[in-house]
Each structure stands twice: as structure tokens, then as C-alpha cells.
Unconditional design. Structure first.
Lengths: 327, 309
């Protein structure tokens, strides 16, 4: 089956400094995939690059396909149809993501006019329906309001309504709850998973919050320094992480059940993109580092049907985790 | 909304009072009009009679209150030189000044705003650099230098245009060009930076992510936001329509308000100077009020802030 979206060897550099160093990921229809990693690991850049939303000075190479058709470097008119129509995106800071001088109606109806064959009153009726759908009370009247008249959580709901306006097959949610209060976070995530279920839409949830991803996604990809280092179904990744970086991330989470244990931190810091170590980018921070790690950057290789990992020490790492004496 | 404007109108009135007071004090501290107009050789009794006739021997506070009383009645005094009402002298010069400043305003906007927008949209390109270099040159070169340069090239070297006077429309070309170039440069730079600021905002990315074609992102998302800071500088330019050409009028011997001001200040013709300052203050303040009103129109955030304030 052709995946909905497949990204192969996607690379991005800003002014010659590589920030995305060969990303491969594929998404099936209706699937929810989480993308986790530290700030700067390239989670957002991956999707901004795929949709051609990076500033002009970014150098992008690789391949991005939607239903098998290449969209990377596609003509502007074709990309405009994809953006919002097939793949919609919502962003981290809802307060600045809506145009402050245009009414909600103008911004919502703009998206509807671009991607839906609606005329006159039908546009406004659909806008009202979308606001109802995302839980904005008194939608008819609120359409005439401006973004600053809504709270942060409400603006994110409006952003979601706007993203749904084009009936997309895929929604990229780029840290959709990071700027919101904890209680509002839960509501927004709830809303996202409801609409996703109802509309059968695929979703990419970009987050640095592992808990959020575990709860909302079928599959997780862990990114480090511009590469995907491990991909696995959510439950497997959390139960049995293989890549030492993924182990580190999960080891830093407090367990909800079981005995209390000391939380571990990953030593060191993320390498500077301008001075990447040769070989595995995680090697300088890795407890299991071996000579082979410095030779070449490991590629993402399957370790099971639906799992892959980019680590030459994957086997050792897995055994260490399971408490089996290494070698 | 009503309160927003009430506060601004109150402030505007206060500004005018302060400007007029300042002019009154400074002019009276800076020299004796009797001596300036009649000359140092004038007999003391003539000087005394002149001072008495114009009320210059009253205490300064009494002069001040008389002056405000007169303004309140719409009397702006008479020129000490020829006894004509000051307002008449000033008003008859206004058309000449507007003949320069209005076309210049048009050219500033017509050149500066599109140049700034274009430069911002093609940031880093050759055209952007060329526009910005011209703009820096345009507003660092003082207008009298630019005026003299233009005279040197077009009047002296090429002989295409007259170097001064007000006999035909051709005489207006160089003064208008001088005023336009400087203003267009300021406006181009300002528009460019306003536009760049807006283009970097997340809502521009949102619009692109929605599938809005780039041309429409610029016209319906970026421009309305970039207009807000640009209107400020436009308002300031409208405020200088009456007296923004002091230097240029002097260089080109153009008989406008600016030249009248220079002559009146040199002669300590108090009523005329005060009258011009009052007029300038009023245009400035009015254009600022219009700008405030436009802000409310352009920026919904201000509108509701005003309503809740």
C-alpha cells in the first residue's frame, strides 16, 4: 500500500550548517505518529521543509511524496493546493499564529474558499459549523471577533478549526499545547484525538512531552540532532527503548507505578549543528559508546517488523536494558 | 472608543498651548524687537514709543495673558514691520508652500512605499541593496546639500531648469525633487523594516500553511499589518506640509511660509512668528489625531483597548 506521505533522505541546511541530516519517515492513512526529541533536533523543520514553509535561504534536498507524487520543489500553485487542502498544520504559539488585524470569519472563510467548493452563505455556515465542532461557544457571533478577544486555548481551537477547513488527510500539530496551561492542554489534545477519529485523518504530533505522545499516538519516532534514531509503536518504545538516547529520554520520566527510583539524566548537551561529531551524533553522550560509533553515522535499520533503530550497539543496548549481561 | 478620542483631543489641545507658550517665551528672551526693527541708532524715545505701542513694556506675564486672550478671540496680532494682520501675511504664503509640499508628499508616498515593500520582499537581492543604499544616501544628505547638488547639475551644468524663483511650473521641479527624494528615502527604509518585521511573524507562516498563494499572503495578510507603523511616519509627513520646506524655500528663493518664517525670526516680528508656529502646531497636532484615528481603524487591538480603558 502506498503510504499517505513518505519522506526520504530529507536534508535541510541553513547557511551551509546542516540541521536536518537525512530523515526517513512514512505515514499511513489515518495513522497518528508522534515525533519527539529535544529543541533543535529538527522535529518542526522536517515538516516545515516538507511543506515548503522554510525561509528561502534554507537549502532543502531529499524527497517528500504525497500519495506517491513528489511535493518537494513542486510548483507554487500545486503546493498551495497541498497546504491546507491535503496537509494542514497548527503551531505552537496560538496567540501569534492568527493574523491580529483580520476577523476570525475572514481567516476561516479564506481557508474554506481556497479548498472547498462553497459559495456565499454556505461558506459562513460552514465556518460556524467548524467553530461549533471545535467547541467555541456562540460561534455565529464570535466569527466577527478578532484573535485578541479569545483566550490562548480558544485561539488554538480556532487554529484547529482552520486546519480542518480544507478537509486535510494529514494534520501536523507542532507542539500544539506547549504554550497552554496544563488543564487546557488536556482539552486540546482530547479535541485533536476526537476530530481525528471522526474524520479519519492522519496526524503527526510534534512534542517534547513523551507522555503526551504516548497517550495520543500509535507510533513514535525519536529525533536526535537532525536524524530519526528510533521508530517503534508507542507501547513498545516506552516499554523497551533500544537506542541509548531513547532509553535516556524514558529513563528521565518518573514512573507512575512501581517502586520509586532515581531519575536519570542524559549527561552532556546536544552537539552544535555547526560542529557535529563524525559518526554517531549521540556518541559523545552515550554510555555504551564503542570505537565503531565514531566511524560512520549509523543508518535506521529494522530490528523487528515495525521497529527500526539507528545504532551500531542496538543489540548490546537492548540486552543491557533487559538486564542480560552484555557480550 | 469615545474615551480614546477624548483623551487624545485633550492632549492635542495641551500640546498647542505648550508650543505657543514656548514660542512666546523664547522669542521674548531672545532679543528686543524694537531694536531689531528700528535699528540700534533709533532715538530712545522712538524705541520707547514702539515698545508702548506693541505692549512690549508690560510685564511678560501680562503680555502672555493678553496674547492668549487675543488668540481666544481669534486675533493673532499684527506684523510689527508693516502693520498688516499676521494671519493675512501667513495665509497668502500658504498656497505657494503647498504647491511644493503637496506634490512632494505624493511623490514620497508613490516612490517610498513601493520601493520599501519591494526591497523587503526581495531581501538581500541586488535591488534591495540598491534601494537601501539610495535610501541611506537620501536621508543622510541634508536637504540644502541635495538642493545645491540638484542646482549644480540641472541648472548650472545642464541648464535645463531654473535655479530659483517662482515664475513658472518649471521653477517648482527642483524644490519638489529635493523634498521628495529625502522623504521617499525615509519612507522606503521605514516601510521595508515594517514589512520585514511583519513577514517574520508566525501568522504569515500560518497563512502560507493554509495554502494562501504568496501574492495574497503579501496583500491581505502582510500589508494591513505593515500599514500600522507606516501610517505613523505618513502622519508626521502630513504634519510638515505647512512648514516642512523652510530650508528648501530658502535655497530656491520660493516665497512660501518657510521663507516668511526665516525672515520674521531674523526681524523678531513676534506676531508673525507666533502665528506660523501656531499654525504648524495645529497641523502637526491635527495630523497626529488623524493618525490616532487611523490606528483605531487599522488595529482592532487598539480599538478594544480604547473601549475598555
Amino acid at each position: 500500500m502506498t503510504p499517505l506521505v513518505s519522506i526520504e533522505d530529507l536534508r535541510v541546511a541553513f547557511n551551509g550548517v546542516p540541521v536536518l541530516r537525512g530523515v526517513d519517515i512514512a505515514l499511513q492513512k489515518g495513522e497518528a505518529v508522534g515525533l519527539v526529541g529535544e529543541s533543535g533536533s529538527g522535529k518542526s523543520v522536517t515538516w516545515l521543509a516538507a511543506l515548503g514553509l522554510l525561509p528561502r535561504h534554507a537549502q532543502v534536498s531529499g524527497s517528500v511524496r504525497l500519495d506517491g507524487r513528489p511535493i518537494l520543489g513542486a510548483p507554487a500553485a500545486e503546493l498551495d493546493q497541498v497546504r491546507g487542502g491535503r496537509i494542514a498544520m497548527i503551531f505552537q504559539d496560538p496567540a501569534s499564529a492568527l493574523n491580529p488585524v483580520l476577523t476570525i470569519r475572514r481567516q476561516l472563510c479564506e481557508a474554506l474558499a481556497l479548498h472547498r467548493d462553497l459559495q456565499g452563505n454556505a461558506v459562513k455556515a460552514e465556518a460556524r459549523r467548524l467553530l461549533d465542532l471545535v467547541g467555541i461557544p456562540d460561534a455565529g457571533r464570535r466569527l466577527e471577533a478578532y484573535p485578541h478577544e479569545f483566550s490562548g486555548g480558544q485561539v488554538q481551537r480556532i487554529m484547529i478549526a482552520m486546519a480542518l477547513a480544507g478537509n486535510p488527510d494529514l494534520l501536523i500539530a507542532d507542539e500544539p499545547t506547549t504554550a497552554l496551561d496544563a488543564t487546557i492542554q488536556a482539552q486540546i489534545l482530547e479535541l485533536l484525538s476526537t476530530v481525528r477519529r471522526e474524520l479519519g485523518m492522519a496526524m503527526v504530533l510534534i512534542s517534547h512531552d513523551l507522555g503526551v505522545v504516548a497517550e495520543n499516538c500509535d507510533r513514535v519516532a525519536v529525533m536526535y540532532a537532525g536524524r530519526i534514531v528510533e521508530q517503534a509503536p508507542s507501547n513498545q518504545l516506552f516499554a523497551d527503548p533500544v537506542h541509548p538516547y531513547a532509553q535516556g529520554l524514558i529513563g528521565a520520566l518518573p514512573p507512575l507505578d512501581g517502586p520509586r527510583r532515581r531519575l536519570t539524566a542524559i549527561p552532556g548537551t546536544v552537539p552544535d549543528p555547526a560542529h557535529m561529531p563524525g559518526g554517531c551524533a549521540f556518541a559523545p553522550r552515550c554510555a555504551l559508546v564503542a570505537d565503531a560509533c565514531g566511524l560512520a553515522a549509523p543508518t535506521l535499520a529494522p530490528i523487528a517488523d515495525d521497529r527500526s533503530v539507528a545504532c551500531v550497539r542496538a543489540e548490546v543496548s537492548r540486552r543491557a536494558l533487559l538486564g542480560i549481561a552484555a557480550e | 472608543m469615545g474615551r480614546y478620542f477624548a483623551i487624545r483631543i485633550g492632549r492635542a489641545a495641551l500640546t498647542i498651548v505648550l508650543v505657543v507658550t514656548f514660542a512666546f517665551v523664547v522669542l521674548r528672551l531672545s532679543g528686543d524687537p524694537a531694536l531689531m526693527i528700528l535699528g540700534p541708532e533709533a532715538p530712545p524715545e522712538v524705541l520707547a514709543a514702539f515698545r508702548k505701542a506693541w505692549g512690549l513694556d508690560d510685564p511678560i506675564w501680562a503680555q502672555y495673558f493678553d496674547y492668549f486672550g487675543a488668540i481666544a478671540k481669534g486675533e493673532l496680532g499684527r506684523s510689527m514691520r508693516d502693520g498688516r494682520p499676521a494671519i493675512e501675511l501667513v495665509l497668502e504664503r500658504i498656497p505657494a508652500t503647498l504647491a511644493l509640499t503637496l506634490p512632494a508628499f505624493f511623490f514620497k508616498v508613490a516612490l517610498g512605499v513601493p520601493a520599501g515593500i519591494y526591497a523587503a520582499l526581495h531581501r538581500g537581492s541586488g535591488i534591495d541593496r540598491a534601494v537601501m543604499m539610495t535610501a541611506v544616501a537620501g536621508f543622510t544628505v541634508p536637504s540644502f546639500v541635495l538642493a545645491l547638488l540638484l542646482v549644480l547639475v540641472f541648472a548650472v551644468q545642464l541648464g535645463w531648469l531654473p535655479s530659483g524663483g517662482q515664475d513658472s511650473w518649471r521653477h517648482a521641479i527642483l524644490p519638489i525633487a529635493t523634498l521628495s527624494l529625502g522623504g521617499a528615502a525615509v519612507l522606503a527604509r521605514f516601510t521595508r523594516s515594517a514589512m520585514l518585521e511583519v513577514l517574520g511573524q508566525p501568522y504569515i507562516r500560518t497563512a502560507s500553511a493554509k495554502g494562501v498563494p504568496w501574492r495574497k499572503v503579501v496583500t491581505s495578510h502582510a500589508l494591513p499589518n505593515a500599514a500600522i507603523p507606516t501610517v505613523t511616519i505618513l502622519g508626521f509627513m502630513v504634519g510638515t506640509l505647512i512648514a516642512g520646506a523652510v530650508v528648501v524655500e530658502s535655497v530656491f528663493a520660493w516665497p512660501g511660509v518657510g521663507r516668511l518664517l526665516v525672515v520674521a525670526v531674523a526681524n523678531r516680528d513676534l506676531a508673525v512668528v507666533q502665528c506660523i508656529l501656531l499654525l504648524v502646531a495645529m497641523t502637526m497636532v491635527t495630523s497626529n489625531l488623524v493618525v490616532d484615528f487611523l490606528y483605531g481603524f487599522l488595529d482592532p487591538r487598539l480599538r478594544s483597548k480604547g473601549a475598555h480603558a
